[in-house]
Design a protein around this ligand. Structure first.
Ligand SMILES: [Zn+2]
Ligand SMILES: [Zn+2]
Length: 92
């Protein structure tokens, strides 16, 4: 079962279980759409894997299967707003 983490681990934006803008990798590293697609170009900075949209958990099931409330912050994200791979920049 997905943890449904409560925030983007990069920018810290809240990602509610009902959000359609949460992206996760296979390890459930969780990012907002903007970070996942624009900042990381669809590649998870933690594991190098691909992102997919996190499915919405229907509200009636959240009582029985609550979303995680443990906020995750990735310190790597605070170091720079630029992707580490400069070749990616040149393609834009
Ligand atoms: Zn974000
Ligand atoms: Zn990952």
């Amino acid at each position: 079962m997905l943890e449904m983490r409560p925030n983007c681990e990069c920018c810290g934006n809240d990602l509610l279980p009902a959000s359609e803008h949460a992206m996760i990798c296979s390890f459930e590293c969780t990012f907002c759409e903007a970070c996942a697609l624009q900042r990381f170009h669809g590649v998870c900075p933690n594991c190098g894997g691909e992102f997919t949209r996190r499915p919405v958990r229907p509200a009636p099931l959240l009582d029985k299967y609550p979303a995680s409330t443990k906020r995750v912050h990735n310190p790597v994200c605070g170091e720079s707003d630029r992707p580490r791979n400069r070749a990616v920049d040149n393609n834009q």
